[in-house]
Design a protein around this ligand. Structure first.
Ligand code: 8YV
Length: 329
């Protein structure tokens, strides 16, 4: 068995070179250089051998996989902030520590969320496609008119780090900030953002021009935007989601778009990633991105550094800084 300071660490996907090199220096590490996602069987073998597993959002670490965890496995140091791909109660039952990488992808994800809002409201994806297929006949006073952002109301569902970072950006575009959250945020944050709190999500949905989903996916937020709640939105409203696909009922949302009951959607995440509802692909008023929220070189390196710090702190016998508590989810 490897010594305590050089634990056997199995990484499920290719990480930035600089992170992999540092892991080689510090740990007895098994990398995945060709970046092929691991099969269930490979994941079972990995949890049966490793002391530390480093998964990503594309690995489903469910109870069945964890039932194969070997005695050596002590830590799941996930590369990413969301932990909905890990069965936390099952991990807790096996006394496994779970860590994530919060904070370092906040600004990047807020940037992409703001970009989605702009793309949908101003029809930028549609315009780009028009130019590429040589369909642009030249400027016209009345073609491709979108909606002005300034003066509209943005309702943020989930006012955590990313929700607040989005609010700061949105204010610069002249949007009024509204939000719904499990807990009301501190008065100084509300004041700085001039944000209006809605205890009732239903009431907020019915009154906003734009809704942005920025909460984590947990059993409590699965289909939070259900068919019933989506139907409360105004037909001229826009919905964007850069959090998790499972929070929105994708089938109901697609039907509403098809019927003109929603003006447009901007999505960076999907209910059954990487599969996308084929009907969405046909809709001009849907902006579809491939889960790019945290996809910056700087962000991915910082995420890797957090993974290393969590592992090192843990093997040194301390509580890692980004310990995930099952009670928070
Ligand atoms: C990450 C994300 O890239 O961190 C998250 O929760 O959704 C993404 O931006 C991904 O999770 C990496 O595992």
């Amino acid at each position: 068995m490897s010594d305590r300071k050089r634990p056997l660490v199995i990484v499920t996907r290719k990480l930035p070179d600089v992170i992999e090199t540092r892991m080689m220096e510090l740990f007895d590490v098994r990398l995945n250089l060709d970046d092929q996602p691991m099969s269930r069987q490979q994941l079972i073998e990995a949890v049966g051998t490793a002391q530390v597993l480093v998964p990503t959002v594309t690995d489903r670490i469910d109870g069945d996989i964890l039932a194969h965890a070997g005695e050596n496995l002590k830590l799941i140091a996930s590369f990413g902030t969301g932990v909905d791909h890990i069965d936390l109660p099952a991990a807790l039952k096996r006394n496994l520590m779970v860590t994530n990488t919060p904070g370092v992808l906040t600004e990047d994800t807020a940037d992409v969320t703001m970009a989605l809002i702009l793309m949908v409201a101003r029809r930028l994806g549609e315009g780009e496609r028009l130019v590429r297929r040589a369909g642009w006949a030249g400027w016209s006073p009345t073609s491709m008119l979108g909606q002005r952002l300034g003066g509209k109301r943005l309702g943020i569902v989930g006012m955590g780090r990313i929700g607040q970072a989005l609010a700061r950006r949105a204010r610069g575009f002249g949007l009024a900030i509204h939000y719904h959250n499990r807990r009301r945020v501190l008065p100084e944050i509300e004041n700085a953002l001039e944000a209006t709190y809605w205890e009732s999500l239903d009431q907020m949905l019915a009154r906003m021009d734009i809704i942005s989903v920025n909460c984590p996916h947990t059993p409590a937020t699965y289909h939070l935007l259900s068919a019933r709640r989506l139907a409360l939105m105004r037909p001229d409203a826009i919905l964007v989601n850069a959090a998790r696909g499972e929070i929105v009922d994708e089938t109901a949302m697609t039907r509403m778009l098809e019927r003109g009951n929603l003006a447009g959607v901007g999505l960076d995440v999907y209910e059954h990633e990487p599969a996308i509802n084929p009907k969405l692909l046909k809709l001009e008023n849907a902006v579809l991105l491939p889960h790019l929220g945290s996809a910056t070189i700087e962000g991915r390196v910082q995420m890797g550094e957090k993974v290393i710090i969590n592992i090192r702190t843990f093997v040194d016998g301390h509580t890692p800084p980004d310990r995930v508590l099952a009670t928070e989810f």
